[in-house]
Each structure stands twice: as structure tokens, then as C-alpha cells.
Write a protein that binds this ligand. Structure first.
Ligand SMILES: Cc1ncc(COP(=O)(O)O)c(C=O)c1O
Length: 423
């Protein structure tokens, strides 16, 4: 065992105030532990890139250099190449969204779009509304601009509209800068917003005159192959974030944003300051990869792989987890959300889980205010089905140990609070 080293930071009083609210991502922090060979990682939402045929990617990259080297190796336009923006508008048309390539700005993944959009819109103290729990990377991107984040609880049909309405009533018209939602196979909860709620969300947003931001990395990873209409297909004013990370590969760092034209112009201005332009090389490579139909077969195969892993995880949870636990059953995407009794603190279980050779992400990282302690996010996208089954069995031992402890406390009439439990 190494000894923890305290590093004195003599610059500690020089950092911008706004960084005070930005927390490190538990998912990123687990990266090192998760890459130990004996470890079963149920933590990171990493796509199974080994199933993306490397020879096809190599051919696309070779063509990028040989056929379009002058463009691929040069700076490009800040909004992205016309060819890739055209590709994005074609992909969006397939899910019912009509766009011109001029409605698209290509970004370094949806993550950059989240940051650029937040930088464009937010002043300190501005209210924004998100689902609770929500994507930890969005919380990180948003919190750097010091907003007041209000989380709306979800159930199996996504964000609860009566609670959203109550919050909007409290805030009044234009009382929030935007509502951020991940309607398909939500990260981390795995649930999908129902069509009725999608319509209701847009009605409420119109009534209260608030922008809606739809983050949709997983929409095409639906296990029955179908599609649910995106919010953007029902309302042109919706800001939509897309990405190539889950339909191709995250290593290219390619995503996009579409927004009402004046908003998009501001985002573009902010992007110019951030990076001048994105990677032309990555864009040309993606353009080549998406020529023809091979990518569709690869994606269908990938989706089947994820479906098998989801099945393996749900089966293992049913077999090994205690009756006090509840979990979601996603129809697509990467994640299952597990809820344990309210007195359990999942962060304090993580070290023990790592000792048992399995990682997960404790739920409180997905809330801005410390809620979600009794929850965990489990990713089924990355491990093989047998490893998932083994990982869940190892994790169940840790959970069971903890519950036994709490059951003993309860029997003695002394159930600890979170604070005591975490000690
Ligand atoms: C909901 C959500 N939004 C955005 C992202 C960022 O994706 P990328 O930057 O790779 O496009 C992720 C990644 O996991 C995500 O789950």
C-alpha cells in the first residue's frame, strides 16, 4: 500500500472562483482502478470500439490523407466542413428532423457542445433545470458557469412533468435559462421519456418561454431497432446535441449542436475562441467511414451486443441482488440505475467493491446537491456478459454485507444516518 502524499498547492488562492463548484467526475477518477486487468468495470460508459472494424477505419483515415490531405491537415472552418454537416443533416432527417447543413456546428464531441452552450447562455446564479439524476459531464460543464441547478425527479417514463410544472410555476415565465434533458436511455438512469411527456415538456417550455436542450447520444442504440421521435422533431426551437461517439467512436471527438439560428451564431462565436476550429482530419475520416452502408451493419451488431449485455446484467441483478434493491430496465443505451434503501451510502462501498474486483459509480455524483447517495450507476456496455454476471455477483456480496450491517442496526433500533454510515 502506498502512503497518500499531501501536495501543497502554492497557487491555491489564484484560481477563479467559478472553479470552486466544479467537482471531479467520479467516472474519470475511477479510470485508473478500472483499467487493472483483474477488475470488472461496471463504471465507465465506454463504447465497445473493438467491434468497430479497424481495417475500415484505417481505410477511411488513409483516404483522408491520400485523397484530401491538403484539407484534412489544414485548419478548417469553425462550424465544421460542409460535407460532415451535410452528413449530420442526413442522419438527423432519418430521425424526423429537417435541417440545413447551416443549422449545424460540429464540435469536439457533445461534451464540447455542452460547455460552449453553457458558456454562451449562463451568468452566475442563473437557474437551469435538469433531470435528477443527470449526466455528470453536463453537471461539470454547467457548474463552471455557476448556475443554480434545479433537478426534477424521474420515474420509468422520464422527467416527471407535474414536478417540472411546479418548479416552473415557482420560477415564473423565463425564470430558468434552459431545461436540459437526455430523453433516450438517460445517463445515468437508463429510462426513456414517453411520447406524452415529450409533448408536455414542449408545451410547458413554450408556456414559460424557456429553451429546451436535448442531449441524445444514445437514441440510435435502441435494442428493438426503432426510434422514438426526438423533441427537436416536434419543435424547431429545441437545441439538440448529437455525437458520433456511440455510432462510430469517441476517439474521434466528433459531435454536433443545432439550435435556433441566432443562438447557434453565438455558440459559434464562443467556439472560435475555444479552438478556432475542430479537427479536419477527424471530420474527413468520419465522412469516409459513413460513406456506403457498412456502418449501419456495424451499428446494428454493436446494438445487439449491448442488448445481450443488458440482458446479462438484469439477469444477474435478479439472481444476486437483495430484495431491498430496485433497478431500471433500459430499452437501449449503456446504463442501469440501482436504488438501495435510503440509509445506504454507496460511495462508502466503493473501496470495498474495488477490493472485490468490481467498479461502479456512486449515485451522488449525478446530482448537484449530494442526493443519490443510496444509488449506483452500472454500465453494461463494456464488459462481456460472463464478466458482467461475475461483476454483479461480486458487487452483490458487498451490498449484502452492508445491508446486513444495517439490518443489525435496525434490529437494535439504531439505524445510522448517511453521515454516520459514511464514517
Ligand atoms: C448524456 C451524455 N451527453 C454527452 C456525452 C459526451 O459525449 P461525447 O463528448 O463523447 O460526444 C455523454 C458521454 O457519455 C453522455 O452520456
Amino acid at each position: 500500500m502506498g502512503t497518500a502524499r499531501v501536495v501543497f498547492d502554492r497557487w491555491h488562492d489564484r484560481y477563479a472562483q467559478r472553479l470552486a463548484g466544479v467537482r471531479s467526475s467520479a467516472v474519470r477518477d475511477l479510470f485508473a482502478a478500472a483499467s487493472r486487468p483483474d477488475m470488472i468495470s461496471l463504471s465507465g460508459g465506454m463504447p465497445e470500439v473493438s467491434r468497430v472494424p479497424h481495417d475500415v477505419v484505417a481505410k477511411a483515415a488513409r483516404e483522408a490523407v491520400h485523397l484530401e490531405g491538403a484539407a484534412a491537415l489544414q485548419y478548417g472552418s469553425s462550424n465544421g466542413r460542409l460535407q460532415i454537416r451535410t452528413l449530420v443533416s442526413e442522419l438527423m432527417a432519418e430521425i424526423g428532423v429537417r435541417l440545413s447543413p447551416d443549422d449545424v456546428v460540429v464540435t469536439a464531441g457533445a461534451q464540447q457542445a455542452l460547455d460552449l452552450f453553457a458558456k454562451t447562455m449562463l451568468d452566475p446564479g442563473d437557474v437551469i433545470i435538469t433531470e435528477g439524476p443527470t449526466y455528470v459531464g453536463a453537471l461539470q460543464a454547467f457548474s463552471a458557469y455557476e448556475p443554480d441547478i434545479r433537478c426534477i425527479p424521474m420515474d420509468d417514463d422520464g422527467m416527471r412533468m407535474e414536478l417540472l410544472e411546479a418548479e416552473l410555476k415557482r420560477l415564473g415565465p423565463r425564470g430558468a435559462k434552459f431545461i436540459y434533458t437526455i430523453p433516450n436511455f438517460q445517463n445515468p438512469a437508463g429510462v426513456t421519456m414517453s411520447p406524452e411527456r415529450r409533448r408536455r415538456l414542449l408545451e410547458l417550455a413554450r408556456e414559460y418561454d424557456i429553451l429546451v436542450v436535448e442531449d441524445d447520444p444514445y437514441g440510435r442504440l435502441r435494442f428493438d431497432g426503432g426510434h422514438m421521435k426526438p423533441l427537436r422533431s416536434l419543435d424547431d426551437e429545441v437545441v439538440y446535441l448529437g455525437t458520433f461517439s456511440k455510432i462510430f467512436a469517441p476517439g474521434l471527438r466528433l459531435g454536433w449542436i443545432t439550435a435556433p439560428r441566432p443562438v447557434l451564431a453565438k455558440v459559434l462565436l464562443v467556439k472560435q475562441a475555444a479552438d478556432l476550429c475542430g479537427s479536419n482530419f477527424a471530420q474527413v475520416t468520419a465522412e469516409k467511414y459513413f460513406q456506403g452502408t457498412r456502418w449501419r451493419r456495424v451499428l446494428a451488431e454493436l446494438t445487439r451486443t449491448y442488448a445481450e449485455r443488458r440482458d446479462a446484467m438484469i439477469a444477474a441483478l435478479e439472481e444476486h441482488f437483495p430484495p431491498e434493491a430496485r433497478w431500471t430496465k433500459p430499452d437501449g443505451g449503456f446504463f442501469v440505475w440501482v436504488e438501495l434503501p435510503p440509509y445506504v451510502d454507496c460511495s462508502s462501498m466503493l473501496a470495498e467493491a474495488v477490493e472485490h474486483g468490481v467498479t461502479f459509480v456512486p449515485g451522488d455524483g449525478f446530482f448537484p446537491d449530494g442526493r443519490g447517495k443510496n444509488c449506483m450507476r452500472l454500465a453494461f456496455c463494456y464488459a462481456e456478459p460472463e464478466r458482467i454476471a461475475e461483476g454483479i455477483s461480486r458487487l452483490a456480496d458487498v451490498v449484502e454485507d452492508r445491508l446486513e450491517l444495517y439490518r443489525a442496526f435496525a434490529a437494535a433500533g439504531a439505524l445510522p444516518t448517511h453521515e454516520e454510515g459514511a464514517a
